[in-house]
Design a protein around this ligand. Structure first.
Ligand SMILES: [Zn+2]
Length: 291
């Protein structure tokens, strides 16, 4: 080998080593903001993970506030972000977004740990008669939320056992707050047993199960209600003297407004997907208690 060729080889070896070194630095930086990158499907789960994980986790929500997890399609940017996440906490209740996208997400990031955060939850069937399957909106029950929080806790402790005490303290504190919420809701719905709640979208099955209310949905299966279905709800509301129609912000209030004006009632917004879970659920209970 002549001198010139040797120099070229040395240069190449040096450049490649430098590149490998820089790449490893970059990777270290990605991981060493010290946070476990977590992906969840809906905003209430983000509160659950943040409350348990504290400053050890960084949470990304696939279905952002205001979007509908029955129909949402992730942005290319979001699919790129899951490629360096560590764990995905599935709602695990058969929500359409998860049925349609989890396989794709797993194939983008084969190292992503998929954890079902509904382990231990007793599913109930969908409220609407013509809608088969289980009600996927498990998180609207604070009792279910406690189960989800424990599932998340168990998984975080497995991923990061060194911080078990930290996660335990956080979890215990948040479970107390969820118990407090459960008590508050029971209190504010006292005497409302078997009250019928007319809602646009049947997201409240588990809430109604826990607090003895009856959910009457206007739409089911994501389809606009037919004129006959609207007429039936109007008849029922008149017969039962119901004056409030609840609508979730992910849906157009148009049909709810038609019904409300027919019965001389009003439309009230309740959100099953708001990110500030504790606060939001208290507001929902207050709204239902005024029916
Ligand atoms: Zn829904």
């Amino acid at each position: 080998m002549n001198k010139k060729r040797l120099l070229v080889v040395i240069l190449i070896v040096f450049s490649v080593s430098a590149l490998i070194y820089l790449a490893s630095l970059q990777q270290e930086q990605d991981e060493s903001n010290g946070k476990i990158k977590v992906v969840v499907t809906v905003p209430p789960q983000a509160e659950f993970v943040n409350k348990v994980g504290g400053d050890k986790v960084e949470v990304m929500v696939m279905v952002p506030p205001g979007a509908d997890p029955h129909t949402y399609e992730p942005l290319p940017k979001q699919l790129k972000q899951v490629s360096n996440a560590r764990v995905y906490y599935e709602v695990g209740s058969g929500m359409e977004f998860e049925l349609a996208w989890l396989d794709k997400i797993q194939s983008i990031n084969p190292h992503l740990l998929m954890v079902n955060s509904s382990q231990g939850i007793q599913f109930i069937p969908n409220t609407a008669e013509n809608e088969p399957g289980n009600d996927p909106h498990v998180w609207v029950s604070p009792k279910n939320a406690k189960i989800m929080v424990n599932d998340i806790y168990n998984s975080l402790v497995q991923i990061d056992p060194a911080n078990q005490d930290y996660y335990t303290k956080n979890r215990d504190q948040y479970l107390l707050e969820l118990d407090e919420l459960d008590k508050n809701i029971t209190e504010s719905l006292k005497g409302k047993e078997n009250t019928k709640i007319i809602v646009y979208h049947p997201a409240w099955g588990y809430f109604c199960r826990d607090y003895n209310l009856q959910q009457i949905p206007i739409e089911s299966g994501g389809k606009e209600p037919t004129p006959q279905e609207i007429a039936d709800v109007i008849d029922l509301a008149k017969k039962e003297n119901i004056k409030v129609i609840f609508v979730e912000p992910q849906y157009s209030p148009k049909n709810a407004e038609v019904i409300a004006s027919e019965i001389g009632g009003q439309v009230v917004a309740v959100d099953d997907l708001a990110p500030n879970y504790l606060e939001n659920m208290k507001k929902v209970a207050e709204a239902f208690s005024k029916v």
